[in-house]
Design a protein around this ligand. Structure first.
Ligand code: SF4
Ligand code: SF4
Length: 303
C-alpha cells in the first residue's frame, strides 16, 4: 500500500514540477525568434531557479535578482526580492526545491538513466554540501557587494561565471537561435558550457548534484528549514525502525534523526513509504495525523 501511495505521489510531484516549469516558460514564441520576453511580468521573480534570459521565461530569476541587492539605494526591487524569498522560506523551507524547480526535475530524470550510481564517501559529501553556502555568501552576496559594474549595479557573479541553469535555459537557446549572440559567444560561454556538461554528467550518477552541492537558492531556503511553518514531524512511538524512510531518501537525509534537515527538499517520499505513518507534515507545529493512525488508536481504546 505504502509502495503504491509512493508511486502515485511521485507521479503527482513530477507533473507539478513539469507543469510549473512550462507555466513560467510560457513565452513559447521566444523559442522560435530567439528573443527574450521583456513584458511587465519580468518585474517579478519566480520562486525556483529559472534563467531570466531563457527565451520562454515570463518571470525573473530569484538569484539573478538577488545579486542586484547592493543596488538597493537606487532600486527598491532588490529588497523586495530578498524579503519575498525569505517569506517563502519561512512558509515552506526547501519545498520549492522538491516541487517547483525545473532544473531539479531535469536532474531527477537524468538520474533515472539506468547506470550504476555513485556513492560519495560520507566525509567528502558532508564537506561538499557546504559549497552551496559558499555560492550564496561569496558569489551571490559577497562579490556583488565588493564589485559593482560601471552603472553601480552588483555584478551577477554566480549567473555570469557559474550557473548551469542559465547556460541550459538561456545561453544555449540564444546562441542557437540568435546569430548576434552566436558571434559574441567566446571563452565565457565555453567555460559555462563545460560546467553544464559536468553537471549533466554528474546528474546521471548522483541524485540532484547541483541541488546538493551548488545551488545558492537551495542554500538560501535551507536557512529557514528548521523554523518554517511547514515542517516534518517524527513520531517515535509509531516507528518500528525498519529504515525504509532513510533508504528512500535520495538526498541522503535520515528523517528519523533529523526530520527538518537543511538537505531535505520536502519531496515527501519518506512520508509516503513509511508503513507506520510515523512521519507526517505539520503546519505551525500542529501535526496532521494520518486517518489510519487515528482509527487504529480509536479501536485500541474501545478494546
Ligand atoms: S527526508 Fe523525506 S521529504 Fe526530505 S528529501 Fe528525503 S525523502 Fe524527501
Ligand atoms: S519508515 Fe517509518 S517505521 Fe520505518 S524507520 Fe522510517 S519512520 Fe520508522
Amino acid at each position: 500500500m505504502a509502495k503504491q501511495d509512493l508511486i502515485k505521489h511521485t507521479r503527482i510531484r513530477k507533473a507539478v514540477q513539469g507543469g510549473w516549469g512550462l507555466l513560467h516558460n510560457a513565452h513559447l514564441s521566444g523559442f522560435l525568434t530567439g528573443t527574450i520576453y521583456q513584458g511587465p511580468l519580468k518585474k517579478f521573480c519566480v520562486p525556483g531557479m529559472n534563467c531570466y534570459s531563457c527565451p520562454g521565461a515570463v518571470g525573473a530569476c530569484p538569484i539573478g535578482s538577488m545579486q542586484a541587492i547592493f543596488d538597493a539605494r537606487k532600486r527598491k526591487f532588490a529588497f523586495y526580492v530578498v524579503g519575498y524569498l525569505a517569506v517563502i522560506g519561512m512558509l515552506v523551507g526547501r519545498f520549492i526545491c522538491g516541487w517547483l524547480c525545473l532544473f531539479g526535475l531535469i536532474q531527477e530524470l537524468l538520474y533515472k538513466i539506468p547506470t550504476p550510481k555513485l556513492k560519495i564517501p560520507e566525509k567528502t559529501d558532508k564537506i561538499l554540501r557546504y559549497l552551496k553556502y559558499v555560492m550564496l555568501f561569496v558569489f551571490v552576496f559577497g562579490l556583488s557587494f565588493f564589485y559593482r559594474n560601471e552603472v553601480k549595479v552588483g555584478m551577477p557573479w554566480f549567473c555570469k561565471f557559474i550557473c548551469p541553469v542559465g547556460t541550459l535555459e538561456g545561453g544555449i537557446p540564444l546562441v542557437l537561435l540568435n546569430s548576434g549572440m552566436r558571434a559574441a559567444a567566446g571563452w565565457l560561454f565555453r567555460w559555462k558550457f563545460l560546467v553544464l556538461v559536468l553537471c549533466i554528467a554528474a546528474s546521471i550518477f548522483i541524485y540532484r548534484p547541483f541541488c546538493k552541492y551548488m545551488c545558492p537558492l537551495g542554500a538560501f531556503y535551507a536557512l529557514f528549514q528548521k523554523v518554517s511553518i511547514l515542517r516534518m514531524s517524527f513520531d517515535e512511538s509509531s516507528c518500528v525502525n525498519c529504515g525504509a524512510c532513510s533508504r528512500q531518501c535520495k538526498m541522503g537525509v535520515n528523517p528519523m534523526k533529523n526530520p527538518n534537515s537543511a538537505e531535505c527538499i520536502r519531496c515527501g517520499e519518506c512520508v509516503k513509504i513509511c508503513p507506520k505513518n510515523a512521519l507526517s507534515w505539520t503546519a505551525a507545529g500542529k501535526a496532521k495525523k494520518p486517518v489510519i493512525v487515528k482509527v487504529a488508536a480509536d479501536l485500541g481504546n474501545s478494546q
